[in-house]
Design a protein around this ligand. Structure first.
Ligand code: PCA
Length: 216
C-alpha cells in the first residue's frame, strides 16, 4: 500500500480547536482507491518547528501524496491553494511567540512553488457536488504558507513524492459563533470535500482546464 500523509495544525490565535486537525484526524488509517493508506500528523503552529516535524516524518516514512491543511478563519470556502511563496511575514506571534517579518522560508530558494495537486479537477468535482470551494491565489505569509513552501521545496528534491499541496478551510460553526458574521463550514461538508480531493489526488490523470481565476 502507498502512503498519503495528511497534516493539520494545532489551535492558534486563542482558538481551542483547529478545524484542520479536527478534519484530518478523522481520516487516519482510511484506504483511498484501494491503493493508498492515509496517515495523519498534527503540526505545531510554530515557524521552523512545523516544517522540521513535517520533514522528519517524510524522511522516516516516505509518502507518495502529501496534503497539508490549515484554518483560514474568515474564508467561506474549502480553498485549494495554488501557490506557496518564499516569505515569512507574521501579523501575529506563532504559538512559541515568534513573529518573523520579511524573512525567507528557505534562504536562496525560488520565489514560489505551485501546488502539484490537480486543483482544477478537484474544484470542478467539488462544485459538481454543490460544495463551497475555490482556488486560492495566496496561502498568506504565516505558518501555513511557510509549511506549504517547505513541503513543495522538499517535493522538488524528492522524486518519490508525487503530488503535494495545501488546503485552507473555514472555521467550524462552533468557532464562527465567537466571530461575529464569520462564515463557517459543517464537519460533514468538510469531510465530503476532503474525501473528493483525496480520491482525485490518487486517480486524476491530467489536470483539467477549468476557469477559477480572480479579478481583484
Ligand atoms: N492556519 C494558519 C497557521 C495554522 C493554521 O491552521 C495560517 O493560515 O497560516
Amino acid at each position: 500500500m502507498k502512503t498519503i500523509l495528511l497534516t493539520g495544525f494545532e489551535p492558534f490565535d486563542r482558538e481551542t480547536i483547529n478545524p484542520s486537525w479536527e478534519l484530518v484526524r478523522r481520516f487516519d488509517g482510511l484506504v483511498v482507491a484501494g491503493t493508498h493508506r492515509v496517515e495523519v500528523l498534527c503540526l505545531p503552529c510554530v515557524f521552523d518547528l512545523a516544517l522540521e516535524s513535517l520533514w522528519a516524518r517524510l524522511a522516516q516514512n516516505k509518502a507518495e501524496i502529501v496534503l497539508c491543511l490549515g484554518q483560514a478563519g474568515g474564508r467561506a470556502e474549502f480553498c485549494l491553494e495554488r501557490v506557496a511563496v518564499n516569505i515569512n511575514d507574521a501579523r501575529i506571534a506563532d504559538n512559541a511567540g515568534k513573529q518573523p517579518i520579511d524573512t525567507p522560508v528557505i534562504a536562496g530558494g525560488p520565489v514560489a512553488y505551485f501546488s502539484t495537486l490537480p486543483i482544477k479537477a478537484m474544484l470542478k468535482a467539488l462544485h459538481d457536488q454543490g460544495l463551497a470551494a475555490a482556488v486560492s491565489q495566496s496561502a498568506g505569509s504565516f505558518v501555513c504558507n511557510h509549511v506549504f513552501y517547505g513541503l513543495m521545496h522538499y517535493a522538488n528534491t524528492e522524486p518519490a513524492l508525487g503530488r503535494a499541496g495545501f488546503i485552507h478551510i473555514p472555521y467550524l460553526p462552533e468557532q464562527a459563533e465567537h466571530h461575529l458574521g464569520a462564515p463557517s463550514m459543517r464537519m460533514e461538508n468538510l469531510v465530503s470535500c476532503l474525501t473528493t480531493c483525496l480520491n482525485l489526488a490518487v486517480l486524476q490523470g491530467n489536470e483539467l482546464r477549468y476557469g477559477a481565476g480572480e479579478i481583484s
